[in-house]
Design a protein around this ligand. Structure first.
Ligand code: SF4
Length: 276
C-alpha cells in the first residue's frame, strides 16, 4: 500500500450529496478497494496507481480544522473511508474529530468497526449520526472491508452507546442483494436506513464484468431505465413496506441519465425529491 503524506489547503468542501452541505476527506483513496467504488474516478487526477493501492493522507487536516465552523451537515467522507486500516496507525480521523467544532452537524459513514474506537470523541458532538454500509456482498465485491458480521455488530454497539445510527444498504444489486436479510439483522438497533441502487455509470469495467458473471439478470435491470424504475417501484417498494422500517431515502442512478433521488414517505408513497 502506497501512503502519500501531503498538506491540504482546505478542509471542508461544498457538496451536492443529499442532506449534506459539505464533505470532509482527511484521506483520499481507500485500502478497502471495493470493486464497485464510485470514487475510483480520483485516479484520473492522482497518478499513484490502481484504485485501492494507494492512500493520500492530509497530514495537516487536524490542524487545519481547528477553530473552523460551517453551517449545514458535514459528511465524512466521500472519496475514502475514514476508518480504513491506515487509520489505526495515523489516527488522522480521530485527531480531526477531536479538533472539530462540536457544534458541527456531522454524519460519518464507514465500512469498518474501527469507528468504535472513537465513540468517546463522537459522543461529544451535539448533532451526529453514524452509519455503516451494509451491503451483504461477499469478498468478490468488497475484498478488504470489515466483514458483514463485524459491521452489523458495530451498528449494535454504536446504538447501545446512544449514538444515532443508520444503515446504508448499498450498493443494491436488484434480485441479488438480500435486502430483507440485512434489514432483519439490523432493524432492532438502527434508527433509519438509506438505500442506494448500484451506479452502473460509476462502478467501472471490472465491476460490470463481475456482474456479467455473477448476476447477469440484475445487470440487465441496472442497464435499462424502465426495468430499473419497475424494480424500484414494485419489488423494492414491496420489500420495504413489508419490513416496515424508517427509510430516509433511496438513491437511484438510471444508467443513461442523470442521478435521481427518491424518498419514501411514511405512507409508503414514493415521490422524487430532486433531480441532480
Ligand atoms: S469503502 Fe467506500 S471509499 Fe473505500 S473502496 Fe469501498 S466504496 Fe470506495
Amino acid at each position: 500500500m502506497k501512503v502519500v503524506r501531503r498538506a491540504a489547503k482546505r478542509i471542508f468542501t461544498k457538496t451536492k450529496i443529499p442532506r449534506a452541505s459539505y464533505v470532509i476527506n482527511q484521506y483520499v483513496g481507500c485500502e478497502h478497494a471495493c470493486v464497485y467504488c464510485y470514487a475510483k474516478f480520483m485516479c484520473r487526477w492522482k497518478s499513484y496507481g490502481a484504485w485501492g493501492s494507494w492512500v493520500e493522507a492530509k497530514v495537516n487536516a487536524p490542524t487545519l480544522i481547528k477553530g473552523k465552523y460551517v453551517r449545514g451537515r458535514v459528511y465524512m467522507s466521500s472519496v475514502s473511508d475514514p476508518y480504513q486500516p491506515i487509520e489505526r496507525k495515523l489516527l488522522l480521523t480521530r485527531r480531526v474529530l477531536a479538533n472539530m467544532h462540536k457544534g458541527v452537524r456531522l454524519s460519518v459513514l464507514t465500512k469498518s468497526d474501527l469507528i468504535l474506537r472513537d465513540l468517546d470523541v463522537l459522543s461529544e458532538f451535539k448533532d451526529v449520526e453514524v452509519g455503516l454500509t451494509v451491503s451483504g456482498l461477499d469478498r468478490k465485491f468488497e475484498p478488504y472491508a470489515a466483514t458483514h458480521e463485524q459491521r452489523v455488530a458495530a451498528l449494535k454497539t454504536l446504538s447501545e452507546n446512544e449514538m444515532r445510527v443508520y444503515a446504508f444498504i448499498s450498493p443494491i444489486i436488484p434480485h441479488f442483494t438480500d435486502i430483507e436479510a440485512v434489514v432483519r439483522e439490523t432493524k432492532n438497533f438502527v434508527d433509519y436506513y438509506w438505500l442506494e441502487l448500484l451506479n452502473l455509470q460509476a462502478c467501472g469495467t471490472k465491476c460490470v464484468r463481475l456482474l456479467e458473471s455473477v448476476a447477469p439478470e440484475s445487470l440487465k435491470i441496472l442497464s435499462n431505465e424502465t426495468l430499473l424504475k419497475n424494480y424500484v417501484r414494485d419489488d423494492l417498494k414491496k420489500i420495504l413496506e413489508k419490513m416496515n422500517v424508517a427509510i430516509r431515502g433511496i438513491v437511484v442512478h438510471p444508467a443513461a441519465s442523470k442521478r435521481r433521488w427518491i424518498v419514501i414517505r411514511r405512507d409508503g408513497v414514493m415521490r422524487p425529491i430532486s433531480f441532480v
